[in-house]
Ligand binder design. Structure first.
Ligand SMILES: Cc1cc2nc3c(=O)[nH]c(=O)nc-3n(C[C@H](O)[C@H](O)[C@H](O)COP(=O)(O)O)c2cc1C
Length: 117
């Protein structure tokens, strides 16, 4: 299991109405690839967590990175992970940007180990 968290900036011509088709395509493809995750959008920036097999996540990320609907993609964190944090969602969409649950997801491994200790 591998988990990756990135942020980006929506292209100037990207409108809130463009979100629905994006999420529908993403959900369908993620289901095929065994990828789960969550996407947040606040009207300007995207934040997304993707989790699944490392090869699948990195391959998808290389597609997403060059998607013209956004620019300035920055991978904030990537790590091997024990469990899925967004296992119920092919792609959960949240209108807004609250990073906390993504930060929690990225630090879940350390937390698990702390609890074990
Ligand atoms: C912010 C953002 C997030 C995206 N998230 C996903 C995703 O989780 N899964 C996915 O398959 N495509 C996602 N896409 C779309 C991909 O860039 C790409 O268009 C899609 O995977 C179809 O690629 P294909 O035509 O090469 O199969 C996202 C695009 C953007 C701009």
């Amino acid at each position: 299991m591998f988990r990756l968290f990135y942020v980006s900036t929506a292209a100037p011509d990207f409108t809130p109405g463009d979100i629905k088709p994006l999420v529908e395509t993403a959900s369908a493809k993620n289901r095929e690839l065994g990828i789960t995750g969550a996407l947040k959008f606040n009207g300007i920036n995207f934040a997304q967590v993707l989790e699944g097999e490392k090869d699948a996540v990195l391959r998808l990320m290389s597609t997403i990175r060059y998607d013209k609907r956004h620019t300035g993609v920055i991978v904030v964190a990537e790590a091997e992970a024990d469990d899925r944090m967004f296992g119920h969602w092919d792609m959960s969409f949240v209108d807004g940007l609250d990073f906390q649950d993504f930060v929690n997801a990225m630090s879940s491994r350390e937390k698990t180990h702390d609890q074990d200790a």
